[in-house]
Design a protein around this ligand. Structure first.
Ligand code: UDP
Ligand code: LCN
Length: 806
């Protein structure tokens, strides 16, 4: 039977596919248009098909082959009788749009603009028909930028850019001149690095490298750079090549090879060795940014953990590189965030705070001002910090990293103003969290201000030099699910603007660098001599005392049973109530294990968040409904990460497991924390965790929408462990193996600094294109975004609605 080939368009294939089951399909389309204008998702299309073709064998036949291939690639259908338009995604990043006439099943390929207009007809007909409606097309400026072409290469921008730079510098010797010019531009506070004007051409540099290499061969490998610095300076070389004769020689050999015949491996290696990054600014204005007592406060979750760990890893890697470059420079990392006068007992009201475990990294907090008034409480806005940073660093930073919508936007403004390499990190993009958050923006405006957020996001995505994602799925999803970035490729905000090209996931700026967990806190339960035994009495009390207080309720009757454990903010999406219900319902599981949940607190009236309030109530109801007392321990949110590390390990001592049941999880730091501690882990198949864990090998995937199936997977595991204790160890060890291969901060910091170096050169090489795009962004910013921001009310001192969390 024919199947879909990538070489043919859907519009070419679809008429034939429909023809094969013309009778049934005509009936299906009649059904689809019956209810008038609406949008439909794939599941709805299938459900209504089931009503029309009630014979299952027949239905299976219809959905076999070509039509099935097309059908199961549908992301959305827009019904506008007599037509039904489809957005079809044959593989990650690839989209096609077609319109089918339900009367005669004729098919027409349509442009993305037409598809979006078609959709707008449902929500704002006048806007859809307005010939002057604003269309935003960031892609128009990308024609000169090379793009990846394979779905499987998405997220490997660094490798691709190295290849492209290589081909640009190849061929005639003069083609490498941009590299020489770039080396000439490198300096540290005015002091030249790498080369000076003596070596201003490729020819001169190439010759000097040969002479220098011969000279270095005559020296002992560990000869310090200072011993030959003076001769090198005379020849035109400045500091930065290495700390010893051996290192300098290696770097020089690498450049010689690049100049002789560039290849991407040497190119990336050479660029990564350059002394480019010393000072880094990290923007994270979101929530409460502090080192203690902040987790669980509004908008404060994994992002804070991520950044604090990232800073430590980054500083360590910077110190190593600076030493290897033979420089005597102190790196500086500043995390810029908001000063919150009403700090709720945290240090968020302090302007300056040194970051624990680092030598040169600090938090800088800047108050948000509105008309000369400092906002006293937490709000989602950011003000100018450039002057303070320049002052603190005694010059410009070399790299600016933004986090989440507000931080990425602040980073964009600062990087644009100072002309500095920029990186962005989303953690979690908002757009995919709420269905139809774009087309239904008007309905949701009073609560969420989505257009403001989405526009800030696409501005940052387009302005930034590189994007760091934690997983592939964050960028381009999976076979069936659209990626978080991918969902910004084309969308519409009826009445405001139609984004026909927001961001292209094939852009080489996308990179995957997954975070790790602090391995001095989260380490295997088997490392007995390192364990934080001082917490054991506390943890024993936390898990097993029968006392009910503000910190824990419920109790565990049978202490010998293993524990299944989960810890998260008590948001709907984290689905801790879901896990409690699965457990409540599954007698077999209840017979095998106890349940321990860490999250939220117990009095719904104390919560300021509607979602959290509802979840607290639901937890209480479930404990009652399923009579869970004696088998469940519900512990309030925990803020001491060292104690949490030990808690994971104590759960591992019971031969228990970690369960992450979220309806959707962008990455999921708790998953890697648990795996680091040697806990076998069951995690949602919706989002990042499905990539962290290889199902059945380093842990298990569970489907949050199918509680019975999920709780049975967990029960099966514990049943097997009962007969074969080796089963538990196998998953504990495989989880750890996976972490050490892919999810450590060391791997992350190395990748991040390589990116900083390679993209700093790339932005120089690509200067004109970058400028053109920046101009377009400025126009968009001034004409549209500012006006939109001004329409968002500034919260009063009393009433504040938390934005949703990253
Ligand atoms: N966490 C915590 N106490 C809690 C709940 C969570 O310390 O009561 C920590 C958890 O250990 C992890 C982070 O908060 O380090 C949550 O990050 P994750 O990526 O799992 O989710 P997010 O909250 O960012 O959505
Ligand atoms: C935000 C989230 O929602 C989590 O999934 C991530 O693990 C966290 O940020 C850190 O990136």
């Amino acid at each position: 039977m024919a199947t879909l080939k990538r070489s043919d368009s859907i519009a070419d294939n679809m008429p034939e596919a429909l023809k094969q089951s013309r009778y049934h399909m005509k009936k299906c389309f009649a059904k689809y248009i019956e209810k008038g204008r609406r949008t439909m998702k794939l599941q709805q299309l299938l459900d209504e098909m089931e009503n029309v073709i009630d014979d299952q064998v027949e239905r299976t036949r219809v959905l076999e082959g070509l039509l099935g291939d097309i059908w199961f690639s549908i992301q959305e259908a827009v019904v506008n009788p007599p037509y039904v338009a489809f957005s079809i995604r044959p593989s990650p990043g690839f989209w096609e749009y077609v319109k089918v006439n339900s009367a005669n099943l004729s098919v027409e390929g349509i442009t993305v603009t037409d598809y979006l207009k078609f959709k707008e007809m449902i929500y704002d007909e006048n806007w859809a028909k307005d010939a002057n409606a604003l269309e935003v097309d960031f892609g128009a400026f990308d024609f000169s930028v090379p793009h990846l072409t394979l779905s499987s290469s998405i997220g490997n921008g660094l490798g691709f850019v190295s290849k492209f730079v290589t081909s640009k510098l190849s061929g005639r010797l003069e083609n490498a001149q941009p590299l020489v010019d770039y080396l000439l531009s490198l300096n540290r506070q005015g002091e030249k690095l790498m080369i000076n004007e003596t070596l201003g051409t490729v020819g001169k540099l190439q010759m000097a490298l040969i002479v220098a290499e011969v000279y270095l061969s005559g020296l002992a490998k560990d000869t310090p750079y200072q011993n030959f610095e003076i001769s090198f300076k005379e020849w035109g070389f400045e500091k930065g090549w290495g700390d010893t004769a051996e290192r300098v020689k290696e770097t020089m050999r690498c450049l010689s090879e690049v100049l002789q015949a560039p290849d991407p491996m040497n190119m990336e290696k050479f660029l990564s060795r350059l002394p480019t990054v010393f000072n880094v600014v990290i923007f994270s204005p979101h929530g409460y940014f502090g080192q203690a007592d902040v987790l669980g406060l509004p908008d404060t979750g994994g992002q804070v953990v991520y950044i604090l760990d990232q800073v430590k890893a980054l500083e360590e890697e910077l110190l190593l590189r600076i030493k290897q470059q033979g420089l005597n420079v102190k790196p500086q990392i500043v995390v810029a965030t908001r000063l919150i006068p009403d700090a709720r007992g945290t240090t968020c009201n302090l302007e300056f705070e040194a970051i624990d475990g680092t030598k040169y990294s600090n938090i800088l907090r800047v108050p948000f001002r509105v008309e000369n008034r400092v906002l006293r409480q937490w709000v989602s806005r950011f003000d100018e910090v450039t002057t303070k940073i320049l002052d603190l660093m005694e010059g410009k930073p070399d790299l600016i990293i933004g986090n989440y919508t507000d931080g990425n936007f602040a980073a964009t403004l600062m990087a644009g103003k100072l002309g500095i390499t920029q990186a962005t990190i989303a953690h979690a993009l908002e757009k995919t969290k709420y269905e139809n958050s774009d087309v239904k923006w008007k309905e949701l405006e009073s609560k969420y201000h989505f257009p403001c957020q989405f526009m800030a996001d696409i501005v940052a995505m387009n302005a930034t030099d590189f994007i760091i994602a934690s997983t592939y799925q964050e960028i381009a999803g999976s076979k069936d699910r659209t990626g978080q970035y991918e969902s910004h490729a084309a969308f519409t905000l009826p009445g405001l603007c139609r984004v026909v090209s927001g961001v292209n996931v094939f852009d080489p700026k996308f990179n995957i660098a997954a975070p790790g967990a602090d391995q001095s806190v989260y380490f295997p339960h088997t490392e007995k001599q390192s364990r934080f035994t001082q917490f054991n009495p506390d943890i024993e009390e936390l898990l097993y005392s029968k006392v009910v207080n503000d910190e824990h309720i419920g109790y565990l009757e049978d202490k010998k049973k293993p524990i299944i454990f989960s810890m998260a903010r008590l948001d709907t999406v984290k689905n801790l109530t879901g896990l409690t219900e699965w457990y409540g319902k599954n007698k077999r599981l209840r017979g095998l294990v106890n349940l321990v949940i860490v999250g939220g607190f117990f009095d719904p009236n104390k919560s300021k968040d509607r979602e959290e309030m509802a979840e607290i109530k639901k937890m209480h109801e479930l404990i009652e409904k399923y009579q869970l007392k004696g088998q469940i321990r519900w512990i309030a949110a925990q803020t001491d990460r060292k104690r949490n590390g030990e808690l994971y390990r104590c759960i591992a001592d019971t031969k228990g497991a970690f369960v992450q049941p979220a309806l959707y999880e962008a990455f999921g730091l708790t998953v890697i924390e648990a795996m680091n501690c040697g806990l076998p882990t069951f995690a949602t198949n919706q989002g990042g965790p499905s990539e962290i864990i290889v199902d059945g090998i380093s842990g298990f995937h569970i489907d949050p929408k199918n509680g019975d199936e999920s709780s049975n997977i967990i029960a099966d595991f514990f049943e097997k462990c009962k007969v074969d204790p080796g089963h538990w160890n196998k998953y504990s060890l495989e989880g750890l193996k996976r972490i050490n291969e892919c999810y450590t901060w060391k791997i992350y910091a190395n990748k991040l600094l390589n990116m900083g170096n390679v993209y700093s050169f790339w932005r120089q090489l690509n200067k004109e294109q970058k400028l053109a795009k920046q101009r377009y962004i400025q126009l968009f910013f001034n004409l549209k975004f500012r006006e939109l921001v001004q329409s968002v009310p500034i919260p009063t001192e009393e009433a504040q609605t938390p934005a949703s969390e990253p």
